[in-house]
Design a binder for this molecule. Structure first.
Ligand code: HEM
Length: 253
């Protein structure tokens, strides 16, 4: 069944929402395009990646690196590599300009995001989750990341573009939730170091849940806000295989 949000942001049949045909003046922060998410990824990488670049297990920042399990460190490093691919390629996915002008780049970076980023990164996350500081939250995030991304992929294959957009936004929200754990831990280390000393496990578990909750709430807010403002899905300027399949108008739902 078509759900309400899909209809709100893109009515069936491919006809633009009349409320949306008026030119909407974007606020200044929306004109920044993919610059803010790109900056977010770069800041995260510059903080999180250096300890792993030398492949030295003694530099790993995780609370419980299992020396007795030979594959724990390699799996962690591979997870980080795939997470880096995901958190980089997803930035290109967020650009309506790329969808309109360079649909091929959108498709290729989307495949990189899914097959080189989310799928291996998410499966490896689930593999190392039992040894993690916050195992329940991490398993929930990893599972949702894989499921939402799969739903987004299936939707685009069925030409349900509004649903594809919605679930890719959820997928990005789950990818980017990783920043909150670091913000929480750095904040506590500065202002309440005793909490880290006494309840590190609880802090790590809380970090996963808080990050997921905040980001999914922001994603939902964004979807509802853009729907209310009469958001129209970006379309490639030249027809592509997906947009012209069956020859009819571009379906949205
Ligand atoms: C929902 C998606 C993700 C899940 C469920 C997840 C899960 C995990 C888990 C379970 C660990 C081990 C933590 C421990 O043993 O205490 C970990 C570590 C790590 N992950 Fe992810 N991860 C995800 C996405 C990402 C992404 C997109 C990146 C981007 C590069 C990333 C980078 C890292 C890093 C750098 C570490 C090592 C910990 C540190 O040094 O802070 N993860 N992740």
């Amino acid at each position: 069944m078509t759900d309400q949000l899909d209809r709100l942001d893109a009515p069936p049949g491919g006809e633009p929402n009349p409320a949306a045909t008026t030119e909407i003046r974007k606020p200044w922060w929306r004109r920044l395009g993919i610059f803010p998410p790109a900056l977010l990824s770069l800041v995260f990488f510059s903080y999180a990646l250096p300890p792993y670049l030398g492949l030295d297990p003694s530099k790993a920042r995780i609370a419980n690196l299992r020396q007795d399990i030979w594959w724990h460190y390699p799996a962690l490093v591979l997870h980080i590599a795939c997470g880096t691919i995901a958190f980089t390629s997803v930035v290109l996915q967020l650009s309506p300009w790329i969808i309109r002008k360079h649909p091929k780049l959108h498709r290729v970076s989307g495949r990189v995001y899914i097959y080189a980023g989310v799928v291996p990164g998410g499966v490896l996350a689930l593999l190392i989750t039992p040894f993690a500081g916050g195992p329940v939250g991490d398993a929930m995030e990893g599972g949702l990341w894989l499921i939402f991304t799969f739903v987004a992929l299936r939707a685009v294959r069925r030409r349900q573009f509004a649903k594809h957009r919605r679930f890719m936004i959820y997928s990005y929200a789950l990818c980017a939730q990783i920043i909150w754990g670091r913000i929480l831990i750095i904040g506590l280390l500065i202002f309440f170091p005793e909490v880290i000393q006494h309840s590190f496990g609880l802090v790590l578990e809380t970090a996963s849940w808080i990050g997921t909750f905040i980001n999914l709430a922001i994603a939902q807010w964004w979807l509802e806000r853009t729907a209310k403002k009469g958001y129209v899905l970006p379309r490639p300027e030249k027809p592509t295989r997906l947009t012209t399949a069956a020859g009819g108008p571009l379906p949205h739902v």
